[in-house]
Design a protein around this ligand. Structure first.
Ligand SMILES: C[S@@+](CC[C@H](N)C(=O)[O-])C[C@H]1O[C@@H](n2cnc3c(N)ncnc32)[C@H](O)[C@@H]1O
Length: 427
């Protein structure tokens, strides 16, 4: 990132204030900002102070973050997240005056918003693993008048014990697991917000302590740059057809690339489920439902530059949900229906058991359409690793290094409120 003075003269200018108010009003109109306190904080803090050198139009794009550091391959290592993402997380966190808040992953701007929300009686700590980012956040926060924020350089896998306990912990990097320190450092009655990867799908989940574990209260669909340090996680990648198709496996079910060798060259079986979805309805619960229901759940990604059409994900997407079972492989797609703006879920399958597998997946899609489409989505619970099975709640169990995650599906009418929203990414 180049720290030029491109926007300096605009700071506090009419145009900066005007764009800031426009973003806030847009976020209110779409229902992202719902509280007066988040509205007031976002109207007050000049976002441009935290991304010097970036044009005001980029700074105030409602759905785009501003990347502040990339690795040598151009992947984003850090960003100031999109206003929509930050507003959603702040609303999900329900921060009140006097709270002690830990932000994991620093950009400066969000910490300033947190400082506004907790007021002088509260305390904000922000931690980053990257010295450049921590230094930058510290300098920009001081320049913007928020030097009361504690900026810490550390791997947040261990939390930040010196300022604990926290009423709120907001994790703003994609986590694969929940380290014990976060649970320990969360105050009684506190709330942990974490973008958690579960079977390759990521969602920002608000957890609270209840019934001897952490229970999800709401979840939202947002992606963040991945966690680095001790919590880093690599999916297993099975590269097929010279790189045209990559199967991403998040957890430990036994599959290796040899199993799928040549399977995509076998005839494709197509099964249409009859389950439909409106084009603008959120799809994410369908994928999570499959992730819960199918033991061999994974994701398949197509390289569009090598695309021969062997895999056709829904619409123009380049990735979709898939499943490996024995030597067979299936993935989920959609097709138009006679009804305007409505799509039907279908399954394409390959391999010796293609028909059986396609029918199995289609049946799960029908169940989703009947019982969960439009519902509140699943409930997640986090137990420490080693918790015996008979002490876990009902549902699919996913074992991680530090925790055992259970996913259950309350009936639509009783599910937790405020769940799936359409996805925008942070950068
Ligand atoms: C999306 S950015 C943070 C955005 C910021 N909270 C905001 O809203 O503007 C994610 C940050 O997480 C940091 N990060 C990644 N792994 C970390 C770790 N283990 N401990 C602390 N920070 C980490 C990255 O260096 C990066 O700066």
């Amino acid at each position: 990132m180049t720290d030029t003075t491109m926007n300096d003269e605009a700071v506090g200018s009419d145009r900066g204030t005007q764009l800031r108010n426009q973003v806030v009003e847009g976020l209110m109109a779409e229902g992202t900002i719902v509280s007066a306190v988040v509205e007031a904080a976002m109207r007050k803090v000049p976002r441009e102070l935290f991304v010097p050198g970036v044009s005001l139009d980029e700074v105030y794009h409602r759905y785009n973050g501003v990347v502040t550091k990339r690795d040598e391959d151009g992947n984003s290592l850090s960003s100031v997240s999109a206003p929509q993402v930050q507003a959603h997380m702040l609303e999900q966190a329900e921060i009140t005056v006097g709270m002690r808040v830990l932000e994991i992953g620093s950009g400066g701007y969000n910490a300033a918003l947190l400082a506004e929300l907790v007021g002088p009686a509260g305390q904000v700590t922000t931690v980053d693993i990257d010295e450049d980012i921590a230094d930058r956040a510290s300098r920009l926060l001081a320049e913007a008048g928020y030097s009361q924020v504690n900026v810490v350089l550390a791997d947040a896998d261990g939390g930040v014990p010196e300022y604990a306990p926290y009423d709120r912990i907001l994790v703003t990097a994609g986590a694969w697991d929940i380290p014990p320190a976060w649970v320990r450092q969360l105050a009684e009655g506190g709330r942990l917000l974490v973008p958690l990867q579960v079977r390759g799908l990521s969602r920002t989940i608000a957890f609270e302590h209840a019934e001897g574990c952490l229970v999800s209260r709401s979840s939202r669909l947002f992606g963040f740059v991945p966690m680095r340090g001790a919590g880093v996680h690599q999916d297993r990648l099975l590269v097929l057809r010279g790189g045209e198709v990559t199967v991403r496996v998040d957890d430990e079910f036994p599959v290796d690339s040899g199993v799928l060798e040549g399977v995509l060259d076998t005839p494709r079986v197509e099964v249409w489920s009859g389950a439909t979805i409106g084009r603008f309805e959120p799809w994410a619960t369908a994928h999570l439902w499959l992730a819960t229901a199918l033991p061999g759940f994974c994701r398949v990604v197509v390289d569009r530059t090598l695309d021969t059409g062997v895999i056709s994900p829904p619409g123009r997407q380049s990735a979709t949900s898939a499943v490996v079972a024995g030597g067979s492989f299936a993935y989920v797609t959609t097709r138009r229906t006679a009804e305007e703006m409505t799509l039907e879920w279908g399954v394409h399958a390959f391999g010796p058991e293609a028909s059986k597998l396609a029918e199995q997946v289609a049946e799960h899609l029908r169940v989703w359409g009947r019982d969960h489409c439009g519902g509140g989505g699943p409930q997640f619970r986090i137990y420490p690793a080693g918790t015996p099975d008979d002490q876990l709640s009902q549902g699919r169990v996913i074992d991680k290094k530090h925790s055992r995650v259970t996913i259950s599906w309350p009936q639509a009418a009783t599910a937790t409120a405020g769940q799936d929203v359409l996805q925008h990414t942070t950068e």
